[in-house]
Structure formats: C-alpha cells, structure tokens
Design a protein. Structure first.
Length: 310
C-alpha cells in the first residue's frame, strides 16, 4: 500500500448535510440494519437447523443471507455512526479496507445469485438429473467459486486504487469509500485505472446478468408443455429469486457499467444494493416460501417448548 499519497484520512460527506435529515436517517438506517442482521441471521439459523431445508436451493440461500449480513456490515455501521458526528473521517487504510469489503461481498453476491439461477434451471429443466448434477460437493464448489471470484475482483479494484496518489482534497461525496469517488480525488492520471475499473465491473455484471436472463428464458420456454399447476410451482420457486436479482442488479448496473458522472446521484442509488436489498431479501424469500415459513414455525415452537420445559 505504499504510494506517494500525502492524504492520511478522508472525510465522508454522507447522504445529507442537514442535521435534521441526519437524525431521521440515523433512526431509519439503524432500524434497517437491525432488520438486515436479524432477518438474514434467522434464515441462516433456520436452514442450518432444519432437516427439511437440505436442498441445494436452501444451501445457497443460507450463504446468500450470510453474505448480505457481511455486505451491509461493511458500510452501514459506519454510515449510522456518522449521522451522529460532525467530523465524518475515515483513515486511508480504513477506506481501502472498506472498498475491498464492498467489492468482495458485493461481487460474491452477484456470483451466488447467478449460481442460484443455474440451480433453478437444472431443477426445472433437468429434474431427472438434478440430484446427480447438484450434489453437495458440486454445490460446495460453486459457493467456493463465488467467494474466490469475489476476492479476485476485489483485489483488482483495491490494488488499482492503492497505486493512485492522493494529495488533496480529501472530501468524498459518498457515505462509503468506493472506486469512482476515489478516482475523482486522485492527483495522478486516472484514465487507465478508470478504464480497467469500468471493464472489470462491466464484464462481471453483464456476463452474470446474461447468464441469469438466459437461464430464465430457457426455464420459461421449458414450461410451455407444463400444466398450470406446474407453471405455478415453478414460478413460485423462481419468483423470489427474480425479484432479488432485479432489486440488486438494477442499481449495480447503473453504478458500475458506466463512467460515474454524478456522485450525489450514485450514492442515493447505492443505498438500494447496500441496505435496501439485503433488508428485503429475508422477507422476499420467507413470505413466498411455505417450506421456509414452516421450518421457522417449527424452530420457534421447539425453542418455546424447550424454554417452557425448563
């Protein structure tokens, strides 16, 4: 991390400079973050504890919920704390660590969502081969591949940023450290780094989105010969995933597959994929899924029963 930077810390301008708005945001985002942690942790515990939720779909959902907790924890606690203080500073090392975390967990989530689409494709289009294709070992390899892919992407973004020199100003018009805001503050030529960052993000987001779209196109085409009951069952298992994909990929594509033009606009959009989507995921996957709701009720009744038996 050695470079010619004289800047040792950055100032995050946050979502708003108004004191009143910041107080409202503090309460609101604190509630959001508590829901994110509690909701996703409940899904993780439910999937691990329930013997019925042992299919690959729930295996991936468990990891997706864990990634959502980590992803939001990289940005949300700092943002919430900054609503209460006037001097919203973050050290250079802390800024780079936050950038790494955002891209690591964010990219891992993109790969996991893609893997989940492939799982639905195999389950619906090749049901007779599902158990032989989606073995526990294959599922584990797909999850590990998602983590490795996220790590490689994040390392590229982080190393590019640490090679830049920062001599001032040090004010970041964002609520967390990201590549584009830091590129605008660098006092060296950032054209090459900007092109690599744009290409890296574009290739990952668009290629994964293409795989997702093609998976569901094939799924829909294969359902033509199905009965209305088959349609309903297939769409009920895919509906939650499609909703999450739209909520997550939409803002990500807006931010990372185009050169950044307005940071104030970007940070508002970033709230959706760093806070809103991780908060909604537990509701989307539980409200539309009877198996998960049934497993949660059994887990709760078991907990209450054990407490009453003491």
């Amino acid at each position: 991390m050695e470079n010619a930077s004289t800047v040792k810390e950055f100032i995050l301008l946050g979502l708003s400079e108004s004191q009143e708005v910041q107080k409202i945001c503090f309460v609101m985002f604190l509630l959001f973050y508590m829901i994110i942690v509690a909701g996703n942790l409940l899904i993780v515990i439910t999937v691990i504890s329930s013997q019925r939720l042992n299919s690959p779909m729930y295996f991936f959902l468990c990891y997706l919920s864990f990634v959502d907790i980590c992803y939001s924890s990289v940005t949300a606690p700092k943002m919430i704390a900054d609503f209460l203080v006037e001097n919203k500073t973050i050290s250079f090392v802390g800024c780079i660590a936050q950038l790494f975390g955002v891209h690591f967990f964010g990219c891992t989530e993109i790969f996991l969502l893609t893997v989940m689409a492939y799982d639905r494709y195999v389950a619906i289009c090749r049901p007779l081969h599902y158990t032989s294709l989606m073995t526990r070992r294959v599922c584990g390899q797909l999850v590990i591949g998602s983590w490795v892919g996220g790590f490689v992407h994040s390392i590229v973004q982080t190393l590019l940023t640490t090679q830049l020199s920062f001599c001032g100003p040090n004010k970041i018009d964002h609520y967390f450290c990201d590549v584009y805001p830091l590129l605008q503050l660098a006092c060296t030529d950032t054209y090459a780094a900007g092109v690599i960052v744009l290409a890296n993000g574009t290739v990952i987001v668009l290629s994964c989105f293409f795989i997702l779209v093609m998976s569901y196109v094939v799924i829909l085409l294969s359902l033509k010969s199905q009965s209305s009951e088959g349609w309903h069952k297939a769409l009920s298992t895919c509906g939650s995933h499609i909703t999450v994909v739209v909520l997550f990929f939409g803002p990500c594509m807006f931010i990372y597959i185009r050169p950044s033009s307005s940071l104030s606009e970007d940070k508002s959009v970033a709230v959706f994929y760093t806070v809103i989507t991780p908060m909604l995921n537990p509701f989307i996957y539980t409200l539309r899924n009877e198996e998960v709701k049934s497993a949660m009720r059994k887990l709760w009744s078991r907990k209450v029963g054990s407490e009453n038996g003491k």
